[in-house]
Design a protein around this ligand. Sequence first.
Ligand SMILES: Cc1ncc(COP(=O)(O)O)c(C=O)c1O
Length: 443
Amino acid sequence: MPNDVDVSRLRQEILAKVGEYYRLAHASQGQNAPFVPGETFVNYGGRVYDERELQAGVEAILDFWLTDGPRAEAFSDDLEAYLGLKHILTVNSGSSGNLVAMTTLRSAQLDRPLQAGDEVITPAATFPTTVAPIVQNGLIPVFVDCKVGTYNIDVDLLEAGLSDRTRAVFVPHILGNPVEMDAVMAFAAAHGLYVIEDTCDALGSVYDGKPCGTFGHLATFSFYPAHHITTGEGGAVGTNDSRLHHIAHTIRDWGRDCWCDYRSDRNGECGHRFDWEIPGLGEPYDHRYYFTEIGYNLKMTDVQAAIGIPQIAKLESFVAARKRNFRVLYEGLLPYQDRLILPKWSPKADPAWFAFTLAVPETAPFTRRELNDYLKERKIETRYLFAGNILHQPGYANIPHRVATPLTETDRVLKSALFIGVYPGMDDARLDYMLQAFEDFLA
Ligand SMILES: Cc1ncc(COP(=O)(O)O)c(C=O)c1O
């Protein structure tokens, strides 16, 4: 018989050792190593963690639940509390979140589901897996232009995207910069449209006093390491609508209708597990094998969720650090506005920046490539802005789509934008180093 006292003691010893291991093997290694100008690579993003994430992961392994379990539920509860949303469904990536959200709106269980060939308005300057689930669901993405500076969909162009097949708007808050959601929601309400907010880059961003991800019918989140919190791979779908949540849950879990938590009771808390009527069968069937959707398996594991719990406890401080780092870069680059287009945001927005985006104006005496090569030489990590214009990406060249407005600004993003980091792992030494590099390049 296992002795509970011994088990508990051993567990505490293991966790203490994990803490010790963190301090030896992680605390001053890799990204945590002292910064040596010109030698240390300045990442644009990365995991920011301490012994608590390692201990949480090890505890989850000791419990060995492995699949979606009690920690996924606790992590969902924390996210619901942080966002003030009724439901959070954890998934294995932000891309899976987008797939689940879009597929949910195709469900025959809805009164007015989206039908094949219906249109979804979205920007072409975007991350590919915002567009992919529109196409994968037999829907038509309708592209309207964005704005250089905010890099978000231009909400003044939404009406131009409208047709008698328009059923939804799918808006990403690009790089943490909130879309003008009052305009999006007013447009959607006027035309009876669904709204999905891709909040993968914007956990912690606020628009008009309300968290991004709480305006639309559904919202998605990513916990990939460069994002505001990390579970390694991971994501979530949020909603205040219990019906949409149930359908999203079903789509995530193989298409299974059953919603019971079987952890405490093998027969399910509903008490009717084996009483479900399948039409035409003449006898009840097991609700656990009762499928109301053509689904996937996109669940987050308990080990991933375990790591998310100490991460979300740090979210406020991460958001504050991102804002501060952004401000330092913004103020430092203000003198170069004639040669660099600095980020812009709505007066109603309080962005928890994912990154710091710059565009090189056509009038600049250098190209984006030259700036990028210079930063690369100085070991400062850059990224171009996702797909730029998704229609220029080979995988998307032949998708069924409609271009509703000229994509002039989108093509400027494709040709001139790049971003650098503001993540909480950046300290004053790195920020000063980056500003010095810009000064050296631009002087
Ligand atoms: C706007 C946006 N949507 C979706 C995703 C996909 O998230 P994931 O990498 O977790 O699949 C990303 C990824 O960074 C993103 O930036």
